[in-house]
Every structure is written in structure tokens, then in C-alpha cells.
Design a binder for this molecule. Structure first.
Ligand code: KIV
Ligand code: ZN
Length: 391
């Protein structure tokens, strides 16, 4: 994929089917991956990382099937920086409309010394050889210096510059272990933008993990410094604490376009349905208070908030639920709720009560709410019926 003509357009690279699938309990079979890939294409992602073809015959088949059947997005396959992995990834994606090979090799001192047992020069040379081999098979090559956020800045810049010369078209800067904080990660991107020859002809990409709960914040900080691809997953699934959550980063850009001035190609109304689909496919539920797609994301219980919402929703909502595909705001009735919300629910349930009857129902409702965590419509109906019978 070439650098977008619009400098403010952010490329959304979805890795739910690769990094996301690596999270415990989230593995998917071929049919499930195809179903998710279709939903991701409809959502409007620019790149689908469909899997890691060398990992297993099943993963190869899934990447190949997605490459053949899903149209629109770039289809990427991951490879370590060795000929066997790269050839396997190239075979898996070759039938895609827009294929990409994503090659990675660790660059940090910790990984060089303990995992790879290679010197920095050996790492740089291996990266260049890998990118050249991949480039012989495919025009669109992404390179990731794994553990970039813990790599010495000068060495990181050197590797990035050498792989660009070798033919890489997207440079991804992973915070593999979720160690970065926003100012630190932004400084890495700024340093690369300033010091690497050829960087402006490539797409600079960010890939954050959420070990400190900062994946979305780090990604946004990097976009502020000129990165233009974000790697992310639906519901933020991924290794350990997960990856950057797609729905959060997209809605942050959308809601605060006044601040960032950046756009994506995402149809935000598909966000909630795709989140539900992934939960259904993996059997992994989303926490209630998850931003954007959690059950409480657009639910209000406090009486003051409910009263404000009923007068003007922008008092307590910065996004409209329908904009992310949630049918409507929910006013949860509980002990913190006020008379205004109760009156509205009673009317919505079809009861025309006098002010006096409503006051009595409100009294009974508060007593019940002290005993129950949540009040359901059936409870309200019973209270309203009692009042009507009493008179
Ligand atoms: O977190 C990471 O470093 C990765 C790379 C393979 C991009 O997932
Ligand atoms: Zn990752």
C-alpha cells in the first residue's frame, strides 16, 4: 500500500486474526476467521493481518482463504526474518488483490543477547536480507523491529534506514511488551521522522501492547508525531493485556477530530456489531465498563445524569450510541435514579399514571432499589399495576 495522498488519513491495520488470536481462548478456525475477515472488510479496515502462515497448516490455509475470498483491504501474512517463513507467507498471500508480507526481527539489546544471540550488525544484516527476499515476492513489504520501544534509538534508526533501502514500504514500530509511555513513544517516532533517510516515502506505523493500560494513548501520541498506520484489534484482544483497541482509537480520532484533524476509513456504525461478532465467535465476553462497546458504555444510572440526558443528551454523552452501532442510550433504573427517568420509563411501558400515583410508585421503587442491584421493566410494571389496582 502506498503512502495515502491525503496526509491526514490514518491507515487502520487490523491484527485481530493474528496478534489478537494469540490471546488465550481466542483461537479461531478457518470458517470463523473468514466470517471475521468479511466483517472487518465491511467495517472498512485498510489492512487485515490474516495470520502467521508458518505457525501451522491451519493458519496457512486461513491466510490463503482470506487472501482469495476477501476483497478491498490489503491482506497481510506475518513472517519471521528467515527464508522459510518468508516464502510460506508469500505463498499464502499471493492470490490476494493486494498482498503484503510483514517481516519482523527483534532489535533490542535484551532480545539480541538472550533470544537471538546475535550482534547488532548481524541483526541489521539479517533484517536487510529478509526484506530483500520478501520484496522479490511482493511489492508491499512491512518490516517490524520487534521490541522497538526498548531498542537503542540510534540502532533503531539505523535498522529502519537500511530496511527502507532494501525495499520496505511500511515501517512498524512495536512496543512489544507494553513498556512505553506516551511522551516516550512519541519521542521515538519524532526521532525516526527526523533522522531516517527515506522515511517520508514510507508509511510509519505503530503497534502497541496494553501491559500498562496505555496502548491507545501511546498510539494517539505517535499519530501526533506523524505516524499514519495504527495496528489494533477488535475489543483490544491480544497477547497478555492485549493490543490497541480498534474501536477506542478510531472513536478517539473521530470524536476529537477537532484536536487531531485525522480521518480513517472506518464505518463507525459497524463497531458494536463487529465487537459482538468477535465475542460470539471466541466465546470471550467484553467487560461491562469497556469503552465504546461495553454494556455500560452508554448506560446512565445517576439521577442527576439521567435528568440531564432527558433534557439534552450532550450534557453527559460525548458520542452518540447510534454512531457506533448501539441502538440507543440506556437509562438504567437503580437506587441512584430520579423521578424524571422513572416517569419516562412508566410512560414507555404504557402506563398513564397521575402525579400522585407516580409519587407512590417512586417511593416503592426506591425501597425496592435498596434491595436489588438493578430494577427491570417487569419490576416497574408490577409497581405500576399495584398502583392502578389500589386506585
Ligand atoms: O508485538 C509485536 O512486536 C508483534 C510484532 C510481530 C509486530 O506483534
Ligand atoms: Zn504484537
Amino acid at each position: 500500500m502506498s503512502v495515502p495522498a491525503d496526509p491526514n488519513r490514518v491507515i487502520i491495520f487490523d491484527t485481530t486474526l493474528r496478534d489478537g488470536e494469540q490471546s488465550p481462548g481466542c483461537s479461531m478456525n478457518l470458517a470463523e476467521k473468514l466470517e471475521m475477515a468479511r466483517a472487518l472488510a465491511d467495517l472498512g479496515v485498510d489492512v487485515i493481518e490474516a495470520g502467521f502462515p508458518i505457525a501451522s497448516p491451519g493458519d496457512f490455509e486461513s491466510v490463503q482463504a482470506i487472501a482469495r475470498q476477501i476483497h478491498g483491504p490489503v491482506i497481510a501474512g506475518l513472517a519471521r526474518c528467515n527464508p522459510t517463513d518468508i516464502d510460506r507467507a508469500a505463498d499464502a498471500v499471493k492470490d490476494a488483490e493486494k498482498p503484503r508480507i510483514h517481516v519482523f526481527l527483534a532489535t533490542s539489546a535484551i532480545h539480541r543477547e538472550f533470544k537471538l544471540k546475535m550482534t547488532s550488525e548481524e541483526v541489521a544484516r539479517r533484517a536487510v536480507e529478509g526484506v530483500k527476499r520478501a520484496r522479490d515476492r511482493c511489492a508491499d513489504i512491512e518490516f517490524s523491529p520487534e521490541d522497538a520501544a526498548r531498542t537503542e534509538l540510534d540502532f533503531l534508526a539505523e535498522v529502519v534506514e537500511r530496511v527502507i533501502e532494501a525495499g520496505a514500504t511500511t515501517l512498524n514500530i512495536p512496543d512489544t511488551v507494553g513498556y512505553a509511555v506516551p511522551q516516550h513513544y512519541a519521542a521515538i517516532i519524532r526521532h525516526l521522522k527526523k533522522n531516517v533517510r527515506g522515511i517520508d516515502n514510507c508509511v510509519l506505523s505503530v503497534h502497541c501492547h496494553n501491559d500498562l493500560g496505555l496502548a491507545v494513548a501511546n498510539s494517539l501520541a505517535a499519530l501526533g508525531e506523524g505516524a499514519r498506520q495504527v495496528e489494533c484489534t477488535i475489543n483490544g484482544i491480544g497477547e497478555r493485556a492485549g493490543n490497541t483497541s480498534l474501536e477506542e482509537v478510531v472513536m478517539a480520532l473521530h470524536t476529537r477530530r477537532d484536536y487531531y484533524g485525522l480521518t480513517t476509513g472506518i464505518n463507525t456504525r459497524h463497531l458494536y456489531p463487529v465487537s459482538r461478532k468477535l465475542s460470539h465467535v471466541t466465546g470471550q465476553t467484553v467487560q461491562r465498563n469497556k469503552a465504546i462497546v461495553g454494556q455500560n458504555a452508554f448506560a446512565h444510572e445517576a439521577g442527576i445524569h439521567q435528568d440531564g440526558m432527558l433534557k439534552e443528551r450532550s450534557t453527559y454523552e460525548i458520542m452518540r450510541p447510534e454512531d457506533v452501532g448501539i441502538p440507543q442510550t440506556e437509562l438504567v433504573l437503580g437506587k441512584h435514579s430520579g423521578r424524571h427517568a422513572l416517569k419516562q420509563r412508566v410512560a414507555a411501558l404504557g402506563y398513564g399514571l397521575s402525579d400522585e400515583q407516580l409519587n407512590k410508585v417512586f417511593e416503592e421503587f426506591k425501597k425496592l432499589a435498596d434491595k436489588k442491584k438493578e430494577i427491570y421493566d417487569a419490576d416497574i410494571e408490577a409497581l405500576a399495576e399495584n398502583q392502578l389496582q389500589e386506585g
